[in-house]
Design a protein around this ligand. Structure first.
Ligand SMILES: [Zn+2]
Length: 100
């Protein structure tokens, strides 16, 4: 059972699908093509703030991260991992609404 459900067709909304390319402004269900928006951006905002703070701290405190541009690589890759897990909480039926 997946938590990412479309309120219209009950299809699974994949956190990394291309239909989310305009996320977080709006997103589309890949099954019924309906436009959706998040009711609450709280989880997304908290996740982004916590992640940016963590990256800044690790870049300042860990010299290894600063060298070889590793910070950027880690930052981008890490964000996808964090986003993937955060999306499981954001993209549930209770937090999605149809956009007319
Ligand atoms: Zn749908």
């Amino acid at each position: 059972m997946s938590p990412e459900n479309c309120p219209k067709c009950n299809g699974t909304i994949q956190p990394l699908s291309m239909t989310l390319c305009w996320f977080p402004f709006f997103l589309r269900c890949s099954h019924c093509n309906v436009k959706l928006k998040l009711k609450s951006y709280r989880v997304l905002a908290l996740t982004a703030v916590a992640y940016i703070a963590l990256m800044i701290v690790s870049i300042m405190l860990v010299p290894f991260v600063r060298s070889y541009g590793l910070g950027i690589l880690l930052g981008v890759f890490g964000w996808y991992v964090v986003y993937y897990y955060a999306a499981r909480y954001m993209l549930n039926k209770d937090n999605l609404q149809l956009l007319e």
